[in-house]
Each structure stands twice: as structure tokens, then as C-alpha cells.
Design a protein around this ligand. Structure first.
Ligand code: FPP
Length: 248
């Protein structure tokens, strides 16, 4: 039996799903092509997943599109990926508006090429009134970068006397992260059969359910997202408590 969105229980829907989109390079190699061919096809998967998340009522979808570590890839691949991002944002913004999708980015904005910054600013502004799904692109992002930045901000506040070390709490740290104001992802998906986190949202995934699928990202579609959501809904989330405590 294949899973459809009708199998999803609305009352148990994760409000935030994060995805590590992996396997574009391997997909391209399997099709006898250059790596960028995989990234190009990955855009179709992004389109399908954004559509699917919106259809079922997910509030936040975070996509790991480019990590701080990805800057060490060959220059041609980086340039091609940045070009693809500009093109995708340009081509998709009208459709995102029709679907009531808001756009946000997390990551080291200053390190992005000027044309990517400009296109992001434009699209974020175009979509600022949308209040359906919020699509968060993690670009030039890594969790260790994000946590280091938060520590710097908190350190400066302590230095200036605005904050006391005793006032550092989980909530205070949350507020200084790039994801301030966004709930933690309840579900984290990684494609391509790799079972690791690769420096993604390390603080925020403390209690996330992890879903690993062997599918390569360019083959992933909204039906696969629905399957991951159904799998998530079948799990018991205990947050350190016992099963019995949850029942009572
Ligand atoms: C990982 O696969 C994928 C990336 C580093 C880039 C993801 C980018 C896209 C899907 C396209 C643009 C995105 C948006 C949001 C429009 P990999 O290259 O590491 O694959 P491999 O592990 O098989 O080599």
C-alpha cells in the first residue's frame, strides 16, 4: 500500500521539518553526468517537497542547501550551485507567492556572493506577507558556525553588563541562534542512505525524530515526505519520560 497524504494524522503533524538533501552527485554519476546535473534535478525535488509540505499544513520547512564546509568544493561546482540558487529563487518566487509561502534564510549571509544576497533579499521581501509555510534555506550554514556566533553575541552582552552569566538558559541561547523564533524541528530527514547529521541544526535537533532514506535527493518527492511524516507519527516521543508517564 502506498502512503498518501490521507494517511497523515492532522493533529500529530510536525510543525517543523528539516531536510539534509543529499545524493545529488551520486545521482548524476548514476546517470552518467556531471555533478551539477544532479543539483539541477534536485531543484525539482525541492519544488515537490515545498508543495507537499504546504498541502499538509507543515508550518516550517528547513532545507540544507549549502554548508560552510561546501565552500571547499571545486570552484566550478560552487559557482554552478550559486547560479542555480539565483535562477531557482528567481523562477519560483511568483509560484511561492501563489502558494502563500514565506522565505527565510539561515547561515553566513555575508559570505554569499552579491547576486545571491540580492536575489534572496528580493524574494524574502516579495514573500513577506505570506503566512502559510515558511521555507527556510540554510545557506553557508553550519551548526558550529551558528553556535559560535550566538556565543559571541552573548559574550558581548556579558562584557557590556547587559547580561549576567547566571542568566544564560536554553531559552536565551535559542534567542541568539539564527533560528530564533522558529520551533525546533520535530522531524529531520536525510536522503541518500548516509546516517549522519553533518553539522546541521545541532542545538535544535536535541529531541527531533530522525528519518534516513536510501533515496537520492533528485528522486525524492512529496510522497516520500508524506511517508516520512507517517513514520514520524507512528513513533512514541518520550522526551526523557517513561511510556507509562505519557499514557497517564
Ligand atoms: C548534496 O548532495 C546537495 C547539495 C550540497 C546541494 C543541494 C542543492 C540543491 C538541491 C539545489 C538548489 C537548492 C535550492 C533550495 C533551490 P551532494 O552533492 O553532496 O551529493 P553526493 O553526496 O552524492 O556527492
Amino acid at each position: 500500500m502506498s502512503i498518501t497524504k490521507d494517511n497523515i494524522i492532522a493533529s500529530k503533524l510536525p510543525s517543523h521539518i528539516a531536510i539534509i538533501m543529499d545524493g545529488n552527485g551520486r545521482w548524476a554519476a548514476q546517470h552518467g553526468n556531471e555533478r551539477i546535473f544532479g543539483h539541477e534535478h534536485g531543484v525539482e525535488s525541492v519544488r515537490s517537497v515545498v508543495e507537499g509540505a504546504g498541502e499538509v499544513g507543515v508550518k516550517y520547512l528547513t532545507l540544507y542547501a549549502f554548508s560552510t564546509e561546501n565552500w571547499s568544493r571545486p570552484k566550478e561546482e560552487i559557482d554552478a550551485l550559486m547560479g542555480l540558487l539565483v535562477q531557482a529563487i528567481n523562477d519560483e518566487t511568483d509560484k511561492l507567492k501563489e502558494k502563500n509561502v514565506r522565505l527565510q534564510m539561515i547561515g553566513d549571509y555575508e559570505s554569499l556572493p552579491a547576486d545571491v544576497q540580492k536575489k534572496l533579499d528580493w524574494s524574502i521581501n516579495e514573500l513577506k506577507e505570506c503566512d502559510g509555510l515558511t521555507l527556510i534555506l540554510a545557506l553557508s550554514y553550519s551548526a558550529r558556525w551558528e553556535i559560535s556566533e550566538a556565543m559571541k553575541k552573548i559574550g558581548r552582552k556579558i562584557q557590556s553588563g547587559e547580561l549576567k552569566p547566571e542568566e544564560i538558559t536554553k531559552e536565551l541561547i535559542d534567542k541568539h541562534l539564527a533560528t530564533a523564533g522558529i520551533p525546533d524541528p520535530e522531524l529531520l530527514i536525510r536522503t541518500s542512505g548516509e546516517s549522519r547529521i553533518s553539522n546541521f541544526l545541532l542545538w535544535q535537533i536535541a529531541y527531533s525524530e530522525l528519518f534516513f532514506t536510501p533515496k537520492l535527493w533528485p528522486d525524492f518527492r512529496k510522497e516520500d515526505l508524506f511517508e516520512a511524516i507517517c513514520d514520524f507519527q507512528s513513533r512514541e516521543r518520550r522526551f526523557g519520560k517513561t511510556s507509562q508517564q505519557l499514557v497517564s
